[in-house]
Design a protein around this ligand. Structure first.
Ligand SMILES: [Zn+2]
Length: 293
Protein backbone atom coordinates (compact mmCIF):
# COMPACT_ATOMS: atom_id res chain seq x y z
CA UNK A 1 0.00 0.00 0.00
CA UNK A 2 1.37 3.41 -0.89
CA UNK A 3 0.73 6.73 0.84
CA UNK A 4 -1.94 7.81 -1.63
CA UNK A 5 -3.81 4.57 -1.07
CA UNK A 6 -3.42 5.00 2.67
CA UNK A 7 -4.88 8.52 2.48
CA UNK A 8 -7.72 7.18 0.35
CA UNK A 9 -8.59 4.61 2.99
CA UNK A 10 -9.90 7.46 5.16
CA UNK A 11 -13.67 7.51 4.53
CA UNK A 12 -13.64 11.32 4.73
CA UNK A 13 -11.23 11.62 1.85
CA UNK A 14 -13.05 13.26 -1.08
CA UNK A 15 -14.05 10.87 -3.86
CA UNK A 16 -12.05 12.70 -6.48
CA UNK A 17 -8.92 12.04 -4.48
CA UNK A 18 -9.82 8.42 -3.76
CA UNK A 19 -10.09 7.89 -7.52
CA UNK A 20 -6.66 9.40 -8.16
CA UNK A 21 -4.40 6.87 -9.84
CA UNK A 22 -7.05 4.15 -9.54
CA UNK A 23 -10.03 4.86 -11.79
CA UNK A 24 -9.51 4.80 -15.58
CA UNK A 25 -10.52 7.93 -17.51
CA UNK A 26 -11.46 6.04 -20.68
CA UNK A 27 -11.75 2.41 -21.66
CA UNK A 28 -8.08 1.57 -21.47
CA UNK A 29 -5.02 2.20 -19.36
CA UNK A 30 -1.50 2.19 -20.76
CA UNK A 31 1.77 1.53 -19.08
CA UNK A 32 4.45 3.82 -20.44
CA UNK A 33 8.15 3.84 -19.79
CA UNK A 34 10.19 7.01 -19.72
CA UNK A 35 13.83 7.21 -18.64
CA UNK A 36 13.66 3.70 -17.29
CA UNK A 37 10.63 4.40 -15.08
CA UNK A 38 7.23 2.88 -15.79
CA UNK A 39 4.02 4.75 -15.13
CA UNK A 40 0.33 4.35 -15.84
CA UNK A 41 -1.40 6.56 -18.35
CA UNK A 42 -5.14 7.01 -18.59
CA UNK A 43 -6.01 7.05 -14.91
CA UNK A 44 -7.79 9.89 -13.15
CA UNK A 45 -5.63 12.37 -11.29
CA UNK A 46 -7.09 14.54 -8.54
CA UNK A 47 -4.64 17.44 -8.69
CA UNK A 48 -5.08 18.16 -4.98
CA UNK A 49 -1.93 19.77 -3.71
CA UNK A 50 -2.98 19.55 -0.06
CA UNK A 51 -4.31 16.07 0.41
CA UNK A 52 -2.84 13.86 -2.30
CA UNK A 53 0.78 12.84 -1.71
CA UNK A 54 1.29 12.01 -5.39
CA UNK A 55 -0.31 15.08 -6.97
CA UNK A 56 1.22 17.35 -4.33
CA UNK A 57 4.72 16.16 -5.13
CA UNK A 58 4.15 16.61 -8.87
CA UNK A 59 2.61 20.06 -8.53
CA UNK A 60 5.26 21.31 -6.15
CA UNK A 61 7.94 20.04 -8.45
CA UNK A 62 6.44 21.78 -11.47
CA UNK A 63 5.88 25.05 -9.64
CA UNK A 64 9.39 25.01 -8.27
CA UNK A 65 10.76 24.65 -11.80
CA UNK A 66 8.56 27.51 -13.09
CA UNK A 67 9.58 29.73 -10.24
CA UNK A 68 13.25 28.92 -10.53
CA UNK A 69 13.24 30.05 -14.11
CA UNK A 70 11.45 33.30 -13.35
CA UNK A 71 13.56 34.08 -10.31
CA UNK A 72 16.85 33.27 -12.03
CA UNK A 73 16.01 35.98 -14.53
CA UNK A 74 14.92 38.33 -11.77
CA UNK A 75 18.22 37.87 -9.96
CA UNK A 76 20.29 38.09 -13.12
CA UNK A 77 18.76 41.52 -13.68
CA UNK A 78 20.23 42.63 -10.36
CA UNK A 79 16.98 42.61 -8.39
CA UNK A 80 16.51 40.99 -5.01
CA UNK A 81 13.99 39.28 -2.74
CA UNK A 82 13.03 38.83 0.89
CA UNK A 83 11.29 36.02 2.64
CA UNK A 84 8.55 36.82 5.13
CA UNK A 85 7.12 34.14 7.40
CA UNK A 86 3.83 34.90 9.12
CA UNK A 87 2.57 32.73 11.97
CA UNK A 88 -0.47 33.08 14.20
CA UNK A 89 0.03 32.17 17.89
CA UNK A 90 -1.01 28.58 18.42
CA UNK A 91 -1.07 25.84 21.01
CA UNK A 92 -2.21 22.24 21.36
CA UNK A 93 -5.81 23.19 22.12
CA UNK A 94 -6.35 25.32 19.00
CA UNK A 95 -8.41 23.86 16.20
CA UNK A 96 -6.75 23.94 12.82
CA UNK A 97 -9.70 25.66 11.13
CA UNK A 98 -9.62 28.55 13.59
CA UNK A 99 -5.90 29.08 13.10
CA UNK A 100 -6.30 28.93 9.34
CA UNK A 101 -9.09 31.49 9.33
CA UNK A 102 -6.96 33.89 11.36
CA UNK A 103 -3.92 33.28 9.19
CA UNK A 104 -5.81 33.90 5.95
CA UNK A 105 -7.50 36.95 7.35
CA UNK A 106 -4.18 38.35 8.52
CA UNK A 107 -2.62 38.19 5.08
CA UNK A 108 -5.73 39.64 3.48
CA UNK A 109 -5.43 42.62 5.80
CA UNK A 110 -1.74 42.98 5.00
CA UNK A 111 -2.32 43.36 1.28
CA UNK A 112 -5.63 45.13 1.02
CA UNK A 113 -5.97 48.87 0.94
CA UNK A 114 -3.88 51.89 0.12
CA UNK A 115 -1.30 51.42 2.88
CA UNK A 116 0.12 48.28 1.23
CA UNK A 117 0.22 49.96 -2.18
CA UNK A 118 2.07 52.91 -0.67
CA UNK A 119 4.54 50.64 1.10
CA UNK A 120 5.14 48.64 -2.06
CA UNK A 121 5.91 51.76 -4.03
CA UNK A 122 8.08 53.20 -1.30
CA UNK A 123 10.35 50.18 -0.88
CA UNK A 124 10.13 48.96 -4.45
CA UNK A 125 8.22 45.70 -4.05
CA UNK A 126 7.32 44.33 -7.47
CA UNK A 127 5.16 41.42 -6.38
CA UNK A 128 4.95 38.45 -4.11
CA UNK A 129 4.54 34.72 -4.10
CA UNK A 130 2.75 33.16 -1.20
CA UNK A 131 2.56 29.59 0.04
CA UNK A 132 0.67 28.19 2.98
CA UNK A 133 2.51 25.51 4.90
CA UNK A 134 1.33 23.24 7.68
CA UNK A 135 3.30 21.54 10.37
CA UNK A 136 2.31 19.89 13.60
CA UNK A 137 4.47 19.84 16.72
CA UNK A 138 4.18 17.78 19.89
CA UNK A 139 4.48 20.92 21.99
CA UNK A 140 2.27 23.41 20.18
CA UNK A 141 -0.02 21.46 17.91
CA UNK A 142 -1.00 22.75 14.47
CA UNK A 143 1.14 25.45 13.02
CA UNK A 144 -0.20 26.82 9.76
CA UNK A 145 1.99 29.61 8.43
CA UNK A 146 2.60 31.61 5.31
CA UNK A 147 5.86 31.84 3.48
CA UNK A 148 5.78 34.95 1.36
CA UNK A 149 8.50 35.73 -1.10
CA UNK A 150 8.58 39.45 -1.77
CA UNK A 151 10.47 40.35 -4.87
CA UNK A 152 11.85 43.85 -4.96
CA UNK A 153 13.92 46.04 -7.22
CA UNK A 154 16.89 46.45 -4.90
CA UNK A 155 18.00 45.40 -1.43
CA UNK A 156 15.79 46.55 1.43
CA UNK A 157 17.55 48.82 3.89
CA UNK A 158 17.01 48.74 7.66
CA UNK A 159 14.27 51.37 7.56
CA UNK A 160 12.36 49.49 4.86
CA UNK A 161 12.63 46.23 6.77
CA UNK A 162 11.31 47.91 9.93
CA UNK A 163 8.37 49.45 8.04
CA UNK A 164 7.55 46.16 6.42
CA UNK A 165 7.66 44.37 9.75
CA UNK A 166 5.46 46.95 11.44
CA UNK A 167 2.92 46.83 8.61
CA UNK A 168 2.61 43.04 8.62
CA UNK A 169 2.72 42.67 12.40
CA UNK A 170 -0.01 45.21 13.09
CA UNK A 171 -2.39 43.52 10.61
CA UNK A 172 -1.58 40.11 12.03
CA UNK A 173 -2.27 41.40 15.55
CA UNK A 174 -5.64 42.79 14.48
CA UNK A 175 -6.61 39.49 12.85
CA UNK A 176 -5.57 37.55 15.95
CA UNK A 177 -7.70 39.81 18.17
CA UNK A 178 -10.73 39.33 15.92
CA UNK A 179 -10.31 35.56 15.83
CA UNK A 180 -9.89 35.19 19.59
CA UNK A 181 -6.21 34.29 19.49
CA UNK A 182 -3.61 35.79 21.78
CA UNK A 183 -1.34 38.65 20.82
CA UNK A 184 1.30 37.58 18.29
CA UNK A 185 4.84 37.52 19.54
CA UNK A 186 6.83 40.63 18.57
CA UNK A 187 9.89 38.66 17.56
CA UNK A 188 8.73 35.40 15.99
CA UNK A 189 5.24 35.93 14.59
CA UNK A 190 6.55 37.90 11.63
CA UNK A 191 9.97 36.83 10.54
CA UNK A 192 11.75 38.63 7.75
CA UNK A 193 14.80 37.19 6.04
CA UNK A 194 15.81 40.23 4.03
CA UNK A 195 17.72 40.33 0.76
CA UNK A 196 18.07 36.61 0.25
CA UNK A 197 18.82 34.77 -2.95
CA UNK A 198 15.56 34.95 -4.91
CA UNK A 199 16.16 31.54 -6.46
CA UNK A 200 16.91 29.73 -3.20
CA UNK A 201 14.05 31.39 -1.36
CA UNK A 202 11.72 30.65 -4.28
CA UNK A 203 12.58 26.97 -4.05
CA UNK A 204 11.82 27.13 -0.34
CA UNK A 205 8.43 28.71 -0.88
CA UNK A 206 7.46 26.54 -3.83
CA UNK A 207 8.23 23.26 -2.19
CA UNK A 208 6.28 23.94 0.96
CA UNK A 209 6.97 21.40 3.63
CA UNK A 210 8.31 18.73 1.33
CA UNK A 211 12.04 18.99 1.42
CA UNK A 212 14.53 16.49 0.23
CA UNK A 213 17.87 16.53 2.07
CA UNK A 214 19.57 18.28 -0.86
CA UNK A 215 17.09 21.13 -0.70
CA UNK A 216 17.46 21.35 3.05
CA UNK A 217 21.09 22.16 2.46
CA UNK A 218 20.58 24.66 -0.31
CA UNK A 219 18.17 26.76 1.67
CA UNK A 220 20.75 26.89 4.48
CA UNK A 221 20.10 29.86 6.70
CA UNK A 222 16.53 30.16 5.47
CA UNK A 223 15.53 27.15 7.49
CA UNK A 224 13.25 28.08 10.35
CA UNK A 225 13.22 26.13 13.58
CA UNK A 226 10.94 23.25 12.73
CA UNK A 227 12.66 20.90 15.12
CA UNK A 228 10.32 18.18 16.21
CA UNK A 229 7.50 19.29 13.93
CA UNK A 230 6.10 17.32 11.03
CA UNK A 231 4.25 18.08 7.84
CA UNK A 232 0.92 16.32 7.20
CA UNK A 233 2.52 13.96 4.68
CA UNK A 234 5.23 13.10 7.19
CA UNK A 235 2.49 12.32 9.70
CA UNK A 236 0.78 10.10 7.13
CA UNK A 237 4.09 8.39 6.37
CA UNK A 238 4.70 7.83 10.08
CA UNK A 239 1.28 6.25 10.40
CA UNK A 240 2.15 4.02 7.47
CA UNK A 241 5.43 3.03 9.12
CA UNK A 242 4.31 2.57 12.70
CA UNK A 243 0.54 2.15 12.66
CA UNK A 244 0.32 4.71 15.48
CA UNK A 245 -3.36 5.65 15.57
CA UNK A 246 -2.58 9.08 17.01
CA UNK A 247 -0.91 9.88 13.68
CA UNK A 248 -3.96 8.57 11.85
CA UNK A 249 -6.13 10.91 13.92
CA UNK A 250 -3.83 13.84 13.23
CA UNK A 251 -3.96 13.19 9.51
CA UNK A 252 -7.73 13.04 9.76
CA UNK A 253 -7.81 16.36 11.65
CA UNK A 254 -5.78 17.86 8.85
CA UNK A 255 -7.91 16.52 6.00
CA UNK A 256 -11.18 17.50 7.64
CA UNK A 257 -9.87 20.64 9.35
CA UNK A 258 -10.81 23.00 6.58
CA UNK A 259 -13.06 22.31 3.61
CA UNK A 260 -10.95 24.55 1.40
CA UNK A 261 -8.11 22.05 1.51
CA UNK A 262 -10.31 19.69 -0.45
CA UNK A 263 -10.44 21.94 -3.45
CA UNK A 264 -7.99 24.81 -3.41
CA UNK A 265 -4.47 25.02 -4.70
CA UNK A 266 -1.58 26.27 -2.64
CA UNK A 267 -0.85 29.45 -4.54
CA UNK A 268 -3.37 31.58 -6.38
CA UNK A 269 -2.37 31.70 -10.02
CA UNK A 270 -2.55 35.47 -10.10
CA UNK A 271 0.11 35.75 -7.42
CA UNK A 272 2.45 33.68 -9.54
CA UNK A 273 1.67 35.63 -12.64
CA UNK A 274 2.37 38.88 -10.86
CA UNK A 275 5.68 37.58 -9.66
CA UNK A 276 7.02 36.91 -13.11
CA UNK A 277 9.47 39.45 -14.38
CA UNK A 278 7.74 41.76 -16.78
CA UNK A 279 4.38 40.98 -15.26
CA UNK A 280 3.95 44.46 -13.87
CA UNK A 281 3.37 45.64 -17.38
CA UNK A 282 0.79 42.88 -17.81
CA UNK A 283 -0.81 43.71 -14.49
CA UNK A 284 -1.05 47.32 -15.52
CA UNK A 285 -2.67 46.32 -18.79
CA UNK A 286 -5.11 44.14 -16.86
CA UNK A 287 -5.88 46.99 -14.50
CA UNK A 288 -6.40 49.20 -17.52
CA UNK A 289 -8.95 46.76 -18.86
CA UNK A 290 -6.76 45.36 -21.60
CA UNK A 291 -5.63 41.83 -22.14
CA UNK A 292 -3.52 40.77 -19.18
CA UNK A 293 -1.79 37.70 -20.49
ZN1 LIG B 1 -3.95 12.90 -6.73
Amino acid sequence: MNLRALASADPDTPERQRNCGVVPVGDRVEIRIKDGTAYYCGLETCGNVWLCPVCSAKIHHRRAAELREALDTWEAQGHSASLVTVTVPHNLADRLAKLLDAERDAWKRVTQGAAWQRLKRKVGIAGHIIALEFTWGDQNGWHPHYHVLLIHDQDLNAAAIAQLHAHVHSRLAAACRDHGLREPDQLHAVRIDPNVSATAAGAYVAKGGDWTPAEEMTRGDLKTSHTGSRTPFQILADYYQTGDTRDRDLWHQYTTGDPRLGRRAVVPRSAWADARPGSRARAQRRAAGGRGR
